[in-house]
Design a protein around this ligand. Structure first.
Ligand code: ADP
Ligand code: TPW
Ligand code: MG
Length: 579
């Protein structure tokens, strides 16, 4: 604006090259290696999207901001760099906000950039187009929220957003860009100088030697050690160090859902199929980038055996995570790579193996559970049950270990998690810490774009509905995504009836025998209806071979599922319910 540069052509100013807010934001993002933006266009960011595309940034347009936000969030997880989501003001911002909050909850680095309306009007509540005090609303839902009012501050604003998202415990950052900023003009040379290339955005955080020693002393004393791998360990991309640490320790390891494959589920130390045994009986538990939240029964209760029977070692970048649920006798604070390397070094060459009887107990339990499950995974029932359908998909993933699996639903999630083995790090993307429905298609788009690998989505029919319109996006960008909708006519089961006896369907059931495959055909993708595990296998293999967008409507017995899948115990029950 005129306060930062004299207008061109004015008598006192020589002809100078100018830049504006649009260009500066684009230049700042490019300077910091942002290659892709996920968003939905509209006032005031339509031209920004066009110009970013013109400047060589890949701009992926979605049908709803929540899905664009989820795409950005999972791009952040996969790349260890903030994913960027771009939205319009008020309603678009709010649509993106769920994804931002979810990213923060899951420790995924993400930046939500929203256009906003004019401060003067918003602050006096005078009713601007899509008026909303977005900055104030975003603040409690993310790690940091910034607004840029002057073109000269764009460089610093973008740099702060990147650093806040990715350093320490990663999370969501909101960047508020008012409409007026985009057309603010300033001298091009001064503009270029104002940009900041973030140096070492997520600096190594080296653990204290005393903390490492304390942790190793505790681990050495273990009779029944267990290592729990969480998605923070998967995120850290310290795969080799983590594998070396686990192998040197000799301890069984249990991967949390999105840490599956960090070490292959086929690894001899894997205790995935002996989960209840290891949680109950371990005496020393090493948490690597996993929180003792509800997913681990808060580290207490009968899941964890006798009270006081455990000692916890926790490695995490976030000091406040320690003692959040139970006492951590050996907290190790730092980034995963540095911490695990320091542990490895401290273990030396002759680290003792854990007692053989513990290993034998875990292996026996694991083999017993795997053998028990095996025949159920071979059935070819039609309509399919979950085990038959997932058995088929399990065999496909085994043959295609590079494919990325996206998974959401209730039974469809819980059973897939138990049945489909993972072989490589960061290949399983799912509902995360909140168990949120709706991540599906956004995750698929970003997984395909960011990795170039084929994507297999295994989603419940309800889960799919939260982001289903994005199959148009998948077709538009011709992404190698195969979506398998587990269609059991509803949420948990398709068999509920209206308890009041009225004509309305029960709250958990959908249209019977819906054909989700035809939705995909509407946009030019391939649609297949599969009624048996054999048909399902053929359809998914063909889709993955062709790389063509495909939706397989997998017909699942509507009575096969259970309420809330594996977490029905969390449902409050009325004790005074009238019949
Ligand atoms: P899960 O759901 O798999 O159990 P959580 O999301 O609960 O995993 O926990 C992930 C943990 O990982 C968080 O406490 C987070 O602070 C931590 N974390 C994230 N990135 C890193 C990193 N680079 N180094 C160490 N810890 C990390
Ligand atoms: C944003 C509650 C948890 S699981 C689920 C819902 C609605 C759907 C389960 O049905 P689906 O799977 O997907 O068909 P299946 O195989 O059991 O039939 N809103 C949000 N998040 C959550 N978790 C819910 C609602 C829920
Ligand atoms: Mg269902």
């Amino acid at each position: 604006m005129s306060d930062t540069a004299p207008a061109t052509g004015s008598p006192e100013a020589p002809e100078r090259e100018l830049t504006d807010g649009f260009h500066l934001v684009i230049d700042a993002l490019k300077l910091n290696g942002v290659e892709t933006i996920y968003g939905v266009p509209g006032i005031p960011i339509t031209d920004f999207g066009r110009m970013a595309q013109g400047a060589g940034i890949r701009v992926i347009s979605f049908r709803h901001e929540q899905n664009a936000g989820n795409a950005a969030a999972i791009a952040g997880f996969l790349n260890k760099k903030p994913g960027v989501c771009l939205t319009v003001s008020a309603p678009g911002f709010l649509n993106g906000l769920t994804a931002l909050a979810n990213a923060t909850t899951n420790c995924f680095p993400m930046i939500l950039i929203s256009g906003s309306s004019e401060r003067e009007i918003v602050d006096l509540q005078q009713g601007d187009y899509e008026e909303m005090d977005q900055l104030a609303i975003a603040k409690p839902l993310c790690k940091a929220a910034f607004r840029v009012l002057h073109a000269a501050d764009i460089g610093i604003g973008v740099a702060r957003a990147i650093r806040a998202a990715v350093s320490g415990r990663p999370g969501g950052v909101y960047l508020d860009l008012p409409a007026k900023l985009f057309s603010q003009v300033m001298d091009a040379e001064a503009g270029a100088k104002s940009l900041v290339k973030v140096i070492d955005a997520a600096p190594a955080q080296i653990p204290a030697p005393a903390a490492i020693k304390r942790a190793l002393d505790v681990l050495k004393s273990a009779k029944r050690p267990l290592i729990i791998l969480g998605k923070g360990a998967a995120y850290a991309q310290a795969d080799d160090e983590i594998r070396a640490f686990v192998e040197k320790s000799g301890a069984p390891f249990l991967p949390m859902s999105m840490a599956r494959g960090l070490l292959s589920d086929m690894h001899p130390q894997s205790a995935g199929a002996a989960r209840s045994t290891v949680l109950k009986d371990a005496d020393v538990v090493v948490m690597l980038g996993a929180r003792l939240n509800w997913l681990l029964s808060h580290g207490k209760g009968k899941t964890w055996g006798a009270p006081g029977s455990k000692k916890f070692i926790q490695i995490d970048i976030e000091p406040k995570e320690m003692d959040s649920n139970v006492e951590i006798v050996a907290p190790v604070v730092g980034d995963m790579g540095s911490c695990v390397s320091a542990m490895l070094e401290g273990m030396g060459a002759n680290w003792p193996a854990p007692p053989a009887d513990w290993i034998a107990t875990v292996v026996a339990k694991r083999e017993e559970n795997i053998a028990k499950m095996a025949p159920r995974l071979m059935n070819n029932n039609s309509p399919m049950d979950y085990h038959g359908a997932l058995g088929a998909l399990r065999r496909i993933v085994k043959e295609r270990p590079d494919a990325i699996l996206v998974n959401e639903g209730a039974n469809t999630l819980d059973l897939a998690r138990g049945i489909i083995d993972m072989y490589k790090p960061r290949k399983r993307l799912d509902v995360g810490t909140w168990g949120v429905m709706g991540i599906g298609m956004g995750f698929c788009v970003a997984a395909a774009i960011e990795t170039g690998k084929p994507v297999l989505a295994v989603v419940g029919d309800s889960a799919f509905g939260f982001s289903g319109m994005e199959i148009e996006t998948i077709c538009r960008y011709n992404l190698p995504v195969c979506v398998v909708v587990f269609n059991n006519n509803g949420i948990y089961r398709g068999t509920d009836v209206n308890s009041g006896g009225g004509a309305d369907p029960a709250t958990t059931v959908f249209v019977k025998d819906a054909r989700y495959d035809r939705m995909m055909e509407a946009f030019g993708g391939a649609g297949v209806n599969a009624t048996s595990p054999d048909e399902l296998s053929r359809a998914v293999n063909a889709a993955m071979d062709s790389g063509r967008p495909t939706l397989v409507n997998a017909v699942i017995d509507p009575s096969a599922g259970t309420e809330s899948g594996r977490i029905g115990n969390l449902n409050p029950q009325s004790v005074v319910r009238k019949k």
